[in-house]
Design a protein around this ligand. Sequence first.
Ligand SMILES: Nc1ncnc2c1ncn2[C@@H]1O[C@H](COP(=O)(O)OP(=O)(O)OP(=O)(O)O)[C@@H](O)[C@H]1O
Ligand SMILES: [Mg+2]
Length: 252
Amino acid sequence: MALLETRGLSVRFGGHLAVSSVDLDVESGVVTGLIGPNGAGKTTTFNLICGVLGATGGRVIFDGRPIGSLSTHYRARLGIGRTFQRLEVFGSMTVRENVLVGAEIRQAWARFSHVSPQLLADGEELPLGEEVELLVERLGLAAVADVRVGELPTGQARLVEIARALAIRPRVLLLDEPASGLDDTETGHLGELMQQLAASGLAILLVEHDVPLVMKVCAQVNVLDFGQVIARGTPSEIQANEVVQAAYLGGS
Ligand SMILES: Nc1ncnc2c1ncn2[C@@H]1O[C@H](COP(=O)(O)OP(=O)(O)OP(=O)(O)O)[C@@H](O)[C@H]1O
Ligand SMILES: [Mg+2]
């Protein structure tokens, strides 16, 4: 069973069915892709999974448990982490401080209940400062650790957002266009990072228009068009799919 599942997930905005009966399986240990044209419903699907938006139909199941009635905060606490298409970072705070916010939140949760640590080795508990340093280094941000995030180029700010999301130690990480604004070298590093994180047990759901990146890192790819899943399969199956070619890949 996949760690995160959606079944028949739907949301209607007035007369517009933005997400329509979407079934997704997001497994631990691999990167799963969610691609499709602008307006296909990818970000809306993320918002339904996180509880930013309430579904008008269907279910979100996390670790075998329906979570549709839980608040965003509680879903995060269960282990659903995300980044945002329109970058949500604390611009007036430094890189290190941004990551510390995530680590402090996790620590506060851990005081009250069990939180599954994923990023670090089993049972390993580091002092907060060390954990932040580890993440800053892992994301290649050590040289700018004391720089205010608002002064960084978008590419690095996106990495800060990922580091902060990881500091919460999610079990599944939803990444909404993480390569947007990254140069080729940064995108290469991001691809390697996603693969390493997946190899350490994290489930990653990746929304991304950089098709070569998606094809390189994903084990399975789901294609959305007009709110519906029109195809799912391995990267090579998706690239060979004529319906996908017509709806998305042919024009990209
Ligand atoms: N809160 C909302 N109210 C009304 N319509 C919305 C709302 N959020 C999204 N939509 C609509 O739902 C559809 C899907 O939007 P969404 O942002 O999920 O697309 P996307 O696949 O993420 O596209 P992109 O690749 O451009 O980011 C669009 O038609 C959008 O205008
Ligand atoms: Mg989007």
